[in-house]
Design a protein around this ligand. Structure first.
Ligand SMILES: [Mg+2]
Length: 216
């Protein structure tokens, strides 16, 4: 875990979902591979060819922007797949129920945080996938706000999803802290917006967040 900044007065915690509220490398990989597989079929290419083209696109994006990484949604846009289509593909392809299970340690941590702060999920997955994921983790009751790819129609890192979540939590940006596993996607922009930022290595770090954020 790396703490970049904490708000002087914290009112809301904005969580990334994947590899933050759960850690599951196999499921995470399907979230990358399945849409690439579908795009490959549509373009009549092999998975390997398509995967290579996507990797080159990511490299070019990063080279043009000081090494910054971008989301799969933005990369797909560059290949002519609209955000609306990305939302549909994810809804059809992703299966959180197949890989994830209830997480009592996560729920215990979220219960402590929810008693003090408004909790939000801010993710590049569609809202329906968030609901299914939270249900499987047993964590649905702790979140007041869900901002997904289909809420603002733009992919993180974009300021709209973060500002939307802050607004729906009723918190000023300076009173929010963003928690996620990818610096360029989840942390860099929130810091620019005046939010706090905590980079996690996975859900195990989320278990420790009450110790960091809740002062008795
Ligand atoms: Mg993530």
């Amino acid at each position: 875990m790396k703490v970049y900044r904490l708000p002087a007065h914290c009112a809301a915690v904005l969580f990334d979902m994947d590899s933050t509220l759960y850690t599951h490398s196999e499921y995470q990989q399907t979230q990358i591979d399945l849409p690439i597989e579908r795009l490959a079929r549509l373009r009549r290419k092999s998975f390997e060819e398509m995967n290579g083209e996507i990797a080159r696109c990511r490299e070019e994006w990063a080279a043009a922007r000081d090494g910054q990484k971008t989301s799969l949604g933005n990369v797909f846009k560059a290949f002519g797949v609209s955000i609306e289509e990305s939302v549909r593909w994810r809804e059809e392809l992703y299966e959180p129920e197949r890989y994830l299970a209830e997480d009592p340690l996560l729920c215990a941590a979220l219960a402590k945080l929810a008693a003090r702060f408004a909790l939000a999920v801010v993710t590049n997955n569609p809202v329906s996938i968030v609901r299914r994921t939270l249900a499987v983790l047993g964590a649905a009751g702790f979140f007041r706000v869900i901002v997904g790819l289909d809420t603002c129609g733009v992919s993180k890192p974009h300021k709209a999803p973060f500002l939307k979540a802050a607004e729906q939590c009723g918190a000023a940006a300076a009173s929010c802290v963003s928690v996620g596993d990818r610096y360029d996607i989840d942390i860099a922009l929130p810091l620019e917006l005046g939010m706090g930022g905590v980079l996690v290595d996975g859900v195990e770090d989320v278990y420790k967040l009450p110790d960091l954020l809740v002062q008795e």
